[in-house]
Ligand binder design. Sequence first.
Ligand code: BES
Ligand code: ZN
Ligand code: ZN
Length: 501
Amino acid sequence: MFTVKNEIKVQDTHEAILIGLYAKNQKTTGLTHEIDTLVDGQITVLLKEGDISTKKNNVSKVHTLGKTPIKRVYFLGLGKEDEQSFESLREAFGKAVKVIDEAKIESFAVDVDSFVTEKLAVQDVAHAFGEAFALSTYKFADYKQKSNEPEKKIEDVIVYTNDDADEVEASLKVGFAYGQGTNSARTLVNLPGNMLTATDLANYASEIGMKYGFEIEILDKEEMEKLGMGALLSVNKGSVEPPKMIVLKYQGTDNWKDVIGLVGKGITFDTGGYSIKPKDGIVGMKSDMGGAAAVLGAMEIIGQLKPEKNVVAVIPSTDNMISGDAFKPDDVVTSMNGKTIEILNTDAEGRLALADGITYAKFHGASYLVDVATLTGGVIVALGNDITGAMTNNEAFFEEILEASLEAGEPIWRLPITENHKKRVRKSLVADLNNSPGRDGHAIFAGTFLGEFAESTPWVHLDIAGTATTTTAHNLGPAGATGVMVRTLATLVERFGITEE
Ligand code: BES
Ligand code: ZN
Ligand code: ZN
């Protein structure tokens, strides 16, 4: 896919080359200048006239009409150099790659040095490019008959730098791995419920586990019954599909300590159960395993980059269906840690599945916990579709996740958990907890409920109900699943415990 070469020359033959232009570039420099000389100064004229734009995220294509062996130059406007961040550069690359991809060009070159700034070294540029390349070219192989026709796609990218080629190549690979992990999560979320059952999800996780040498444990219904996972099992009662508790362990240090537990909601379809969803609200509920997908995507990145950290991924998985056997409001169930739960709403099923998932992650030695879940419509009302809701019982651990999310460009915002919220979650005439204290600020109740199972283990809850999917295509991907939190989780694991100098 990527070939890194030193010393870019205008004599090399290319279908296209991508060059970055910061706003300061009134005069052509470097490779642009060499090309300009060969095309009799036309680039200078086009720049002056504004036909080549240095404005942020503007792509200008110039055909060299046989005057250079480089057939086309795609200039990517980057705006002011001191305003460029890793995130904005990645976005700009996404835009440019999309334009090149849509032009059905199969091979192109990129001059990564032209994107370097005082703040962004060539390694950062290469990482941003690798990631953006994977993300922006992502397509879901859908089920339309005509989309089975083979399409031209970008096969090769020649990456030029005058800097250390090995370092550039390593950064490209890291960025690409981040992008690919995100894309895997997108595909899982985009798969319809009839094509991704809990069993399918478990098989997929096993494949990843075998590929990267993780320890794999898939619990079936009988094993879960023995372990007393009554919360997850209650959600599965109405289904003909067997539930799965999926565990992948990655050990990157000699001892199994400082273990990060990543727990992902794996509801493969959520009808709401007897507290059934309205017909508009039920559409799209194939995405209710977005948390599981985020965890698996992150595990793929971890498997490739092999950080010296320990991670246990836990995914409680089932669909939430209706039948004569299904669980009902007023039922009381017992979770794995012994706490009893009064069911007030069968549509608040995610927290039940996660309760046992969190307990099981602790059972496997997790000393830190992050759960990721498409948990509540309430978080969409509170924060919209661009920001993931977060809750925690530990300031320092939350700070680590906040840092990771900023680096990944996946914004999170914290919601509070108060004593009053805890009181409402613990209010029941018949059980220790209830699963739905009310509609007022209900994203917080869901988080508060999960906190009852994290107990004193440092824990952060990430509610991705609003961010797991998008209705609009963007520079770094199409409409549909976003793969949100894959990069945050992988960054968290990579950076965990490393304090800034
Ligand atoms: N899976 C849904 C949350 C959801 C809503 C995800 C919209 C993505 C988009 C969850 O299981 C649910 O139904 N939550 C209820 C909780 C309520 C019953 C307390 C909700 O948000 O309405
Ligand atoms: Zn639900
Ligand atoms: Zn749900």
